[in-house]
Structures are given as C-alpha cells and as structure tokens.
Design a binder for this molecule. Structure first.
Ligand code: PSV
Ligand code: MN
Ligand code: MN
Length: 406
C-alpha cells in the first residue's frame, strides 16, 4: 500500500467533513458470517460439478471458513445447515471451530430434502409430516444450545405448483403453529430469523413468499422473531433497500443473506451483479443506526450479516473471499456518505443534490482505506492475493474429489 495514496484519501475525506477514525472503527468491528454450504460442491438442477479439494465433512468446512477469516479478519462465525452438517458430537464441532479461531453461527434447519416433504414440511396437510418437520426445528434449537449459537435461521420450500392443490389459509395456520412451537423452545438469548422467497421450488404459491408474510409471522410470534432479507429472493426490479428501511423502522429486520441475482435465486457472488444495490442497502443500515429512536438504532446495530451463496463453477474459498471483500467494500463506501449533506438536501427538497450526496460516496475508491484498516487489524492488505500465495489451495487437494455436496 502506498502511504501517499492513503494520505491523499485522508485529506480528501477531511475536506468532506468525514471522521475517518470513526469509519475505521466501524470497519474493524464489522462481521460477516459465511455458510458451511458455500464451501461444499453445489450446482444447478442440471449438474453438480465435483471439484477437487472440497471439504468431506463439517469439520473440514469449518477449516475452510477459518481460512477465510484468517485472511479477511471479518468472518469469525460459520452458519451450519442440519442435516448437511450433522455430526455425532456438536460439542466437538464447537471445540474444533474454537481451536481454529471461529465459532458456529446460525443454525439452519433443512426441511426440503426429505422424501416426506414432497407436499410441504410444516405446511403439509399430513399431521405426521408436520410433526416430523416441527421436531426437526426443535432439534435445531437443541443443537444451537450445544454449539452456543443464538440464531435459528429459517427458509421453507413449502408451497404448491397448481391452483387448488392445497388450502392456502390452512397452510398459513400450520406454519404459524410450527413456528410458535419453535419460538417457545428457544432460550431468551436466541433469535429466529424468517426468510422469504417468491418462488422456487414451488411455482404457483410459496407459503412465505415475501417480506410481508415473514413480517406477519415474526410480529405474531414476538420480539425474538425477525425477518431475514436474502438479496436474491426478490423479483427483478424490486426495491430491496425500501424493504430494508421499512423493516428497520418496524424493528423487525434481523439479518441478511447476501448474494447476487441476475434472474432469480442465482446465489452468485455478492456484489458481482449490482454493487450499487448493496451499497444502498448499507446506506439504509447506516442511516438507521443514527435514528432518533433508540430501538431502531439497536435493531440496525444488531443485524446478522451473512453470505448465502452456491459456488458451482468457481473455486469455493477464493469465491468466498471475493464475496466478503465485496461486502466490505460497499460497506466502507456507504460509511463515507455525508449523511448531513443528504439530510439538508432532503429538507431543501433538492432532488439532484440528495441523489448526488449519496452517489458521490459510491464513486470513491476505498482501496487505500481498506488497506490501512487491514494493516491495523493484522491481516493481509490483499486477502485474495494472500490466499493464492498461501499454498492452502494445494494443501486441500489431498482431500481428493467427491467432497460434501451442499
Ligand atoms: C434456497 O433458496 C436457499 O438459497 C435459501 O436462501 C436458504 O437460505 C438457503 O437455500 C439455505 O437453506
Ligand atoms: Mn438464503
Ligand atoms: Mn436462496
């Protein structure tokens, strides 16, 4: 890193009235959770391409996640997915993570890969299948207790393919019944994050199709239930930032699953398709963190930032590093928005000035800033380069081909 580049940047930000020390402190405390499934083999319904060096079990997935944390310094937790990450001894998994400098984060139940769930899980008209699905949710709470996780992150594939196939209102009640049981089983320090998606695998109706439905469930359940926004789960053209702002104001935003979408739920590297959207999401987060309402501020400060991606054709670990860096870059840019300038333009109803005050931060090059922050955090200034130089990619080749899928 050139000191000169940082000095120029520092000067420039001083002139803009930005307190860089505050920005640096925010960047140092920022955390993004990576998903265990992002390290495994994955694909589309057409083909899963097996890559060499892919983790063979949950322990190895955590090793890869720890490598991402070692190089970026901002990924200290790993989300698990049960039963993909089922082990005999969760205490052992927790210890393994701790030894590697990371911890187990959100526990994600899997209610979509069992033959019994062909017509739904918690919304299935068969009470025995609903019981089985709910028991799995309860099992995840028990796992979370052992791993020390405080997040249960839910996504349901439940839905129908044809009009008349099922009773939509009854299914809504069954969903609430199951979530209520889960809610009651959680310890007071746990949070339930409810995800929504407008279609796929069901194509006619999905039981939790949008933020309004997830919000309604979370509201009925209580304070420990919040909505999770997966950036890929929206129809093209949706204003995701608006949803974020709305949920923040309702104190019902709990977390994010970051990824990029071009067409549907593509699960591509976050920031690869529309970095401006990501920046604008962070603008809403940062603006809410300065809200006069203390509860809104607390909500904004207590968000679980997580990545949810499937790396089908790219090598998984550097793809994850790329994703984390893209998130960090857009967050850094958003921290450089002169919020006072935006607010003044809003008061003056000066549309062009307001839009400019937001966009000008996006157009800044934050490379010198991030390099200094990394230096001060004791991680490589260029984590991607450091990964390729580390020899880790060669080391894991001994795992061979045929690792864990999803
Ligand atoms: C399926 O759409 C999905 O991508 C959801 O976003 C979940 O969070 C993820 O899989 C893991 O279950
Ligand atoms: Mn997701
Ligand atoms: Mn998804």
């Amino acid at each position: 890193m050139s000191d000169k580049a940082y000095r120029v940047f520092e000067e420039q930000q001083k002139e803009r009235g930005i307190d860089l020390e505050k920005v640096k402190a925010k960047l140092k405390s920022f955390k993004v959770e990576t998903p265990s499934w992002g390290y495994g083999d994955s694909g589309t319904r057409f083909k899963v391409f097996k890559q060499a060096g892919v983790p063979r079990n949950p322990f190895e997935k955590i090793e890869d996640a720890a490598q991402v944390h070692r190089l970026t310094g901002i990924c200290p937790s790993v989300a698990v997915h049960i039963p993909w990450d089922k082990v005999d001894d969760y205490e052992k998994l927790k210890q393994h993570a701790a030894q590697l400098g990371v911890s187990i984060g959100a526990v994600n139940p899997n209610l979509f890969q069992d033959d019994d769930y062909m017509f739904g899980s918690v919304c299935n008209s068969d009470p025995n299948i609903r019981r089985k699905a709910t028991d799995h949710l309860l099992e995840c709470v028990e796992i979370a207790k052992v791993t020390g996780s405080d997040l249960i992150s839910l996504w349901f594939a439940d839905g129908t393919n044809y009009p008349g196939q099922a009773d939509i209102r009854k299914r809504k009640h069954w969903m609430l019944e199951a979530l209520t049981e889960l809610y009651q089983a959680m310890t007071p320090d746990m949070r339930m994050l409810i995800e929504y998606k407008f279609f796929e695998p069901a194509f006619y109706h999905t039981d939790l199709a949008d933020w309004g439905m997830a919000f309604n469930m979370a509201t009925k359940l209580g304070e420990q239930a919040q909505v999770l926004v997966d950036t890929g789960h929206h129809a093209p053209g949706t204003n995701v930032e608006h949803i974020v702002a709305y949920l923040l104001d309702e104190k019902k935003l709990g977390g994010f699953h970051f990824n990029s979408r071009k067409y549907a739920d593509d699960d591509l590297i976050v920031g690869a398709m529309n970095p401006y959207e990501l920046f604008l999401i962070f603008y809403q987060m940062i603006d809410a963190a300065a809200d006069p309402d203390r509860e809104v501020r607390q909500t904004a400060e207590n968000i679980a930032y997580m990545i949810d991606q499937s790396h089908c054709i790219e090598p998984k670990i550097p793809a994850m590093i790329r994703s984390v860096l893209n998130v960090q870059t857009q967050y850094a840019k958003a921290l450089l928005i002169d919020l006072e300038k935006v607010r003044k333009a809003q008061r003056d109803q000066d549309v062009l000035a307001a839009e400019h005050a937001v966009r000008e931060a996006f157009e800044l090059d934050v490379t010198p800033l991030l390099q200094v922050v990394r230096e001060e955090m004791g991680v490589p200034v260029d984590p991607m380069k450091a990964y390729f130089a580390s020899g880790y990619a060669d080391q894991i080749l001994s795992r061979g081909k045929g690792g864990a899928s999803w």
